[in-house]
Design a protein around this ligand. Structure first.
Ligand SMILES: [Ca+2]
Length: 338
């Protein structure tokens, strides 16, 4: 017990000295003039509005630990066995409750955009537990730190920082207020600022696209799936993925999984010993999904275009499969107990 206390105190000291070392004034960063120029040119910011941006940047805090977190994203370190624990009883039950509580909004979104209620629930469930955990990091701090200093993705985050200031101007947010994920994603739907500006909808008609409100998040997710990437938009009425078995211990030579660059005819896969769990016409075009399990085993799925539509939301295979399986479970259990 005594030992534990000592360790805790040491940790506190380490945090305190780190905070001091990270005390920087981002309003003095050499790239600020470029940021202000983009807001002036692209979004018509006035001098007074630009001054507000500079003032906010002076208040931004450097959060270097976010860069480490980015590299340790769970999709890069976990097996599917571990990642898939997100599809648990509590998420399934809360998803079924969402289908009931937001029935009218979800039905309207399906009618307008063709995205089924269970898929929207699956996204909300995996992203934020249906709006309950939307992130506690100030978006200003997350985007300034990574926009000015991320070793590999600073261009992306810098651009999102510009969009964030424009979003705050448009939505009348104080840039110091919005909180989100370490990446700067906001609200129940976890939109980055550029997507918030382009694709968020005011779906409850109160005059503001508020992604921290479930109705707006539901309409915005459906709108995202229809308009974010025309090549990989949601295809109404089509399936997402089906399980498959393979003959032998591994995929046959030449079969490439977990990318949207390689697609196969089902008949060719069957010929190579890869069989879908349900009968599919031989000319059906599918991608291959190969999920690594604890102990080195594998689980295989055949993916339809809608699986890759989910990957436009987050480009990780595990993420798209977790959304897929959560949606399937919510839909199956909701229809079993109406
Ligand atoms: Ca609204």
């Amino acid at each position: 017990m005594q030992k534990l206390l000592v360790v805790t105190l040491l940790c506190c000291c380490a945090v305190a000295s780190q905070a001091q070392a990270d005390d920087v004034d981002y309003s003095q960063n050499p790239r600020v003039p470029q940021l202000l120029e983009r807001l002036r040119e692209d979004d018509g910011f006035s001098e007074a509005q630009l001054k507000q941006v500079t003032d906010a940047l002076a208040d931004a805090k450097r959060l270097p630990q976010l860069i480490v977190q980015e590299q340790k994203a769970p999709e890069r370190t976990e097996t599917w066995t571990q990642y898939s624990k997100r599809v648990d009883t509590s998420r399934i039950r809360a998803g079924i409750a969402l289908l009931q509580d937001q029935r009218d909004t979800l039905e309207r979104a399906e009618e307008e955009f063709g995205v089924p209620p269970a898929v929207i629930a699956g996204i909300l469930g995996i992203e934020t537990r249906y709006g309950r955990i939307t992130g506690g990091v100030r978006v200003l701090d997350a985007l300034a730190t990574q926009g000015f200093e991320h070793p590999t993705r600073s261009k992306f985050f810098f651009s999102e920082l510009v969009e964030f200031f424009a979003l705050c101007r448009d939505q009348h947010f104080d840039p110091r207020q919005p909180k989100g994920s370490y990446a700067g994603a906001m609200g129940d739907a976890q939109f980055m600022p550029s997507n918030y500006r382009r694709l968020a909808l005011d779906y409850d008609g109160d005059g503001q696209a508020d992604l921290w409100s479930l109705p707006d998040a539901i309409g915005s997710i459906a709108n995202y799936f229809t308009h974010y990437d025309p090549d990989w938009r949601w295809r109404a009425g089509q399936p997402i993925a089906v399980p498959a078995t393979i003959h032998g211990d591994a995929l046959p030579d030449g079969a490439v999984a977990n990318t949207r660059d390689h697609f196969y005819y089902v008949r060719d896969l069957e010929h190579a010993g890869i069989k879908p769990a349900v009968d599919l016409p031989g000319d059906t075009v599918v991608g291959l999904v190969d999920l690594l399990l604890d102990g080195g085993g594998h689980e295989y799925w055949l993916a339809f275009p809608n699986f890759y539509a989910i990957m436009t939301y987050n480009p990780r295979i595990y993420y798209a499969m977790a959304v897929t399986q959560l949606a399937r479970r919510i839909e199956a259990e909701a229809s079993a107990s109406p």
